[in-house]
Design a protein around this ligand. Structure first.
Ligand code: GLN
Ligand code: ZN
Length: 776
């Protein structure tokens, strides 16, 4: 039985790629040194996959920045604005590539980077292809072929090139002008794919993996037909190449007949996300054909140990129906989305041995895939039996572990009632009560939470973490920063202040470290985009809050000023979304456990005299399932969890939430259902276009549309902000409007922050005078 892999993390086990790229961009290493780093990483990855026993080792899964951008270059879809770079004599290929990814501002040129967006429902971001009506394609970069040859030399056997399939590639892109649909370009794109495949075939390639995760999203008939047409054409042209279409992250759903009908040699299924799919498939006529099934049984999206016995039952079923030589085994998707190697976690402050026995990172997952193939071939084999027993013992230990299971936490989730997610009075009444307590002016001004994390703040934290600074010293420093932030806010004239979040490294990690049920790895990095990596917390057990987490800081900040200070918390959905989540209970249950911990924190803040509490949920939208039919279920529990976190307080206590940088138009109703008293939301990049949606929906509660983009160094003028406030007032009731930036200010520096906020406060004052009549 063939054991294969769909893709391996390319950042290097110690983030070598990140470091090399950043050094290259800073001009500190040569192009050759950068290329050499890439070569070393690829070589290590190929060899370790081979040594693990993987039969088909992927190539072209490496990328210096992004695999979609690589393909854009392979098919020559370089947007027009980068042409000047192509014409520059001696201009290096890498620099064109990075210019497309990151923009280019040099030699009198100012080229805007291509857009970036999330890869399906992952936290990986790809560079969005740009298509014009007259779009042409041509064979351009030779990376695919070069990497194939390189891998073959390293491995001494034939690797399996991985390409994004043509239809998914087009679907991932964006039309840059009206008058055509990107799928119209398929006939122009396919000849270039044919050239690439012909090149690979001539070099001796056998299997080609074409990733078509586009097959799991909602498609119309025409889109489905594009898949059929593309593969008919490739099949005719390459009768001898073994084409494997790989799809993942969801069930095929309505697209199942299309997927099954593709004239290919193998179809890869994600049985982790969609365990029922094997039965669905075997029920189709496919069994009588010759197509092979690649079963994605090892979770490529999460870090937990595989249940080998359970996976084997899938393999047996497939083998019974199709015969052994028509079944392959693989991870569910590329291993890009998991950290490299669990064996690196040996240091202090790393994962405990108990936890490690329940986990598998990319390297360990390869072993799982290979063991599954061997177990399926020869279940009676002595070594194989030992693997199975070991695996069962680890899983059993996990099921029983007191570190994971806390009956009191589970009982609390079970005991939740509808009323726990409901404030006692409706918003209209709360608004009056809150106004009596807070006595804020119209157009109250505030910020989203964090203030600049200066080099000094980061340095102090790093020293403290390394043990070079005592708790007392570190906390004295944080108090000093907080106090200075309060003074600055008072001086600027803001109405609702924040403590500044100087004690926090990251809005999820900070809470994870203070909650039971979370663990942190030392090297568990995952690529988020380009050279940026994240190290998500691991939620392994029932979540509980041993003690208050933020109350001291909030209380301290409030003691410094007469103005209200907002308590600042991260919401349950965002904590869930930005972590690796346990797979032994539904995500909803884990989310509710976090919600209860946050609820307790909210109540402690209230008890400590904090009158306004913000619960950030920037990741609410990210959790949306790929298919619309599953949205409602998700939104119900996600919004429900937020409400559990928020609803314990008295009516006088004002609950804020914050969301940013995503598409809110189609989830406006669930946002309203969260019933936060105030929502601050990013809108300035679209010149507040989003507001129309809120207006049309008649969003009932208070809202602070962001009046300037904090991602830019640019300082917005008072006039600009005033104009945006006018726009807001033209569609929403003035008594419901707040004035604030788009998002937290931690990436900015103090001088620009102070100046921008001064202009913002000035604009609010002007608006107050202009709108005073309207309000009365
Ligand atoms: N309170 C957080 C901050 O200001 C919110 C960050 C976010 O929206 N991602 O940093
Ligand atoms: Zn934000």
């Amino acid at each position: 039985m063939i054991a294969h892999n769909l893709g391996y993390p390319r950042i290097g086990s110690h983030r070598e790629l990140k470091k090399a790229c950043e050094q290259y961009w800073a001009g500190k290493i040569t192009p050759e040194q950068l290329v050499e780093t890439g070569r070393t990483i690829r070589r290590e990855n190929w060899l370790l996959q081979q040594q693990a026993g993987i039969d088909l080792v992927p190539c072209n899964d490496f990328s210096f920045y992004d695999q979609v951008l690589d393909l854009t270059l392979a098919v020559g879809a370089v947007p027009e604005r980068f042409q000047p770079l192509l014409e520059k004599p001696g201009f290096a290929a890498q620099d064109l590539y990075f210019a497309m990814a990151r923009g280019y501002q040099k030699d009198g040129l100012d080229l805007i980077a291509m857009e970036m967006t999330k890869w399906f429902d992952t936290n990986y971001h790809y560079i969005v292809p740009e298509f014009s009506r007259e779009q042409t394609f041509r064979r351009f970069s030779e990376k695919i072929l070069d990497e194939f040859r390189e891998a073959r030399n390293v491995l001494g056997s034939v690797p399996k090139p991985v390409l994004i399939g043509p239809v998914t590639y087009l679907l991932l892109g964006k039309e840059k002008e009206p008058g055509f649909h990107r799928l119209d370009l398929l006939d122009r794109l396919l000849p270039v794919y044919e050239e690439i495949l012909a090149g690979l075939e001539a070099e001796g390639a056998e299997w080609i993996q074409l990733d078509e995760p586009g097959l799991v999203i909602d498609l119309d008939d025409r889109q489905r037909e594009a898949f059929a047409a593309a593969y008919r054409r490739l099949r005719n042209r390459f009768p001898a190449l073994k084409l494997m279409v790989a799809s993942y992250f969801e069930c095929f759903g309505e697209n199942l007949p299309t997927a099954v009908g593709l004239p290919v040699d193998a179809l890869h299924l994600d049985l982790v996300r969609c365990p029922s799919q094997l039965d669905d498939l075997l029920r189709t006529g496919l069994v009588s054909g010759t197509v092979r099934l690649s079963l994605g049984l090892v979770d490529g999206r999460n870090v937990w140990l595989n249940d080998l016995d359970r996976s084997l039952s899938f393999l047996r079923k497939a083998v019974d129906a199709l015969g052994e030589d028509r079944v392959m085994v693989a991870p569910s998707c590329s291993l890009l989305h998991v950290p490299c190697d669990l064996e690196l976690e040996t240091g202090t402050g790393s994962l405990t041995p108990e936890l490690k026995q329940w986990m598998a990172f990319a390297r360990q997952k390869l072993t799982e895939v290979v063991r599954l193939a061997r177990l399926a071939e020869d279940p009676g084999n002595e070594t194989a039996r030992v693997w199975l027993l070991q695996n069962q013992a680890a899983l059993e230990a996990r099921r029983q572990s007191a570190a994971i299971h806390r009956p009191e936490v589970q009982a609390r989730v079970k005991a939740l009632r509808e009323t726990d997610g409901r404030r006692s009075a409706p918003f209209a009444q709360r608004q009056i009560l809150q106004q009596q307590v807070l006595n804020l002016p119209v157009w109250p001004t505030t910020t989203i939470g964090s203030f600049p994390q200066t080099g000094e703040v980061r340095l102090n934290r790093a020293r403290y973490r390394k043990g070079e600074k005592t708790v007392t010293e570190y906390e004295a420093f944080i108090r000093k920063e907080t106090e200075s932030a309060i003074r600055r806010q008072e001086e600027i004239g803001l109405d609702v202040l924040v403590h500044g979040e100087f004690e926090r490294n990251d809005m999820v990690e900070y809470f994870g470290e203070l909650l039971d049920g979370f663990a942190f790895s030392e090297y568990g990095w995952v690529q988020s985009y380009g050279s940026r990596c994240v190290k998500p917390p691991l939620i392994f057990g029932d979540v509980a809050r041993p003690e208050p987490m933020t109350v001291r800081w909030a209380e301290f900040a409030q003691s410094l000023t007469e103005k209200p200070v907002k308590g600042m918390l991260t919401g349950p959905v965002t904590i869930l979304q930005w972590s690796f989540v346990r797979d032994d209970q539904p995500r909803r249950d884990t989310c509710l456990q976090i919600a209860l911990a946050i609820r307790d924190e909210v109540l402690d803040l209230e008890k400590a005299g904090i009158r306004i509490i913000q619960i950030d949920e920037p990741a609410l939208r990210e959790g949306l399932p790929l298919r619309r039919e599953n949205w409602e279920t998700y939104l119900n529990w996600a919004v429900g969890a937020f409400r559990v976190a928020a609803s314990g307080v008295r009516d006088e206590t004002q609950i804020h939430t914050h969301m940013c940088y995503s598409e809110f138009n189609d989830i406006i109703r669930p946002i309203a259902d969260m019933d936060a008293d105030v929502i601050t939301i990013e809108t300035s990049r679209s010149q507040m276009e989003l507001l129309d949606v809120f207006a049309e929906f008649r969003y009932p509660n208070e809202i602070g549309p962001g009046v300037y983009d904090i991602h830019s160094q640019r300082i917005p003028s008072t006039e600009e902000i005033t104009a945006l406030l006018h726009r807001a007032a033209s569609v929403l009731p003035v008594r419901n409007l707040w004035v604030n930036p788009d998002c937290g200010l931690k990436t900015r520096r103090w001088p620009e922050t102070e100046e921008a906020l001064r202009n913002m406060v000035r604009a609010a004052r002007i608006a107050r005078e202009q709108f005073v009549e309207k309000v009365e």
